[in-house]
Design a protein around this ligand. Structure first.
Ligand code: PEP
Length: 250
């Protein structure tokens, strides 16, 4: 059975004290144990966040990025091995901000997925179309290509470890959310594409999260969709009460 997940992508927000206050506040509020709550914290906060969630099975920590190579002379970069050795279990890969502002190409994303898996990190792999593609009715084709080009080299065993996040670029940080009809349509499409490539069992067991202005008000409707298994949440994850309200929206 696929897991219900709410992952908070803090992006470049919160100093260390603020970040740990946020984690503590989330932990102090009640949320269902069958929903995995993930804190995707800045690199430098990961170790402290892990200390806070230690021993709690329904909480985990993710990195927001990793380098695509194992190690070496790459000043300022952080490897998958470092993240894993710090105790994080997850890493966001393919976020549209990384694709757009840091020019991450499909080839780099493929290497990031490989190196993450090799270091026992579960990639939260983001896909999603921009507004032009949506308006031109090319959104399904774009997402099909993103999945195929970055992920379909994986064995079934490796693919089955992934989490997919559908994040329409036009909905990220804009306050415009996909309708539940749009979200369900795309999530169902993603699941059917996975089914075609990897079969029914893997497609049924892959968690597909929605991301893009998901908040405490709209999460219930989005999460009621058959193929929406939770959310990757940016802005609304920065307030404990909102993040927990989203986790309580299943
Ligand atoms: C994100 O950046 O992953 C995201 C979904 O952001 P927001 O919730 O702020 O739209």
């Amino acid at each position: 059975m696929r897991r219900k997940i709410v992952a908070g992508n803090w992006k470049m927000n919160k100093d260390l004290q603020q970040g740990m206050n946020l984690v503590e506040e989330v932990l102090s509020l009640s949320s269902p144990e069958d929903v995995l709550k993930i804190f995707a914290a800045p690199f430098i906060h990961i170790t402290s966040a892990i200390e806070k969630v230690k021993g709690k099975n329904d909480y985990a920590v993710a990195a927001q990025n990793c380098h695509h190579l194992e190690c070496g002379a790459y000043t300022g970069e952080v490897s998958a091995e470092m993240i894993s050795s710090a105790g994080a279990g997850y890493v966001i890969i393919g976020h549209s901000e990384r694709r757009n502002y840091f020019n991450e190409t499909t080839s780099v994303l493929t290497q990031k997925v490989n190196i993450a898996l090799a270091n026992n990190l579960i990639p939260i792999f983001c896909v999603g179309e921009n507004l032009e593609h949506r308006n031109a009715n090319q959104h399904l084709e774009i997402v099909r290509q993103q999945l195929k080009e970055a992920l379909y080299h994986l064995s079934a065993a490796d693919f089955s470890r992934l989490i997919i996040a559908y994040e329409p670029v036009w909905a990220i940080g804009t306050g415009v959310t996909a309708t539940s009809h749009q979200a369900q349509g795309m999530h169902n499409f993603i699941r059917s594409e996975i089914n075609k490539k990897y079969g029914k069992e893997i497609s049924e067991n892959t968690s597909v999260l929605y991301g893009g202005s998901c908040n405490a008000e709209n999460a219930k409707e989005l999460f009621s969709c058959l193929d929406v298994d939770g959310g990757l949440v940016g802005g609304a994850s920065l307030k404990a009460a909102d993040f927990v309200a989203i986790a309580n929206s299943f």
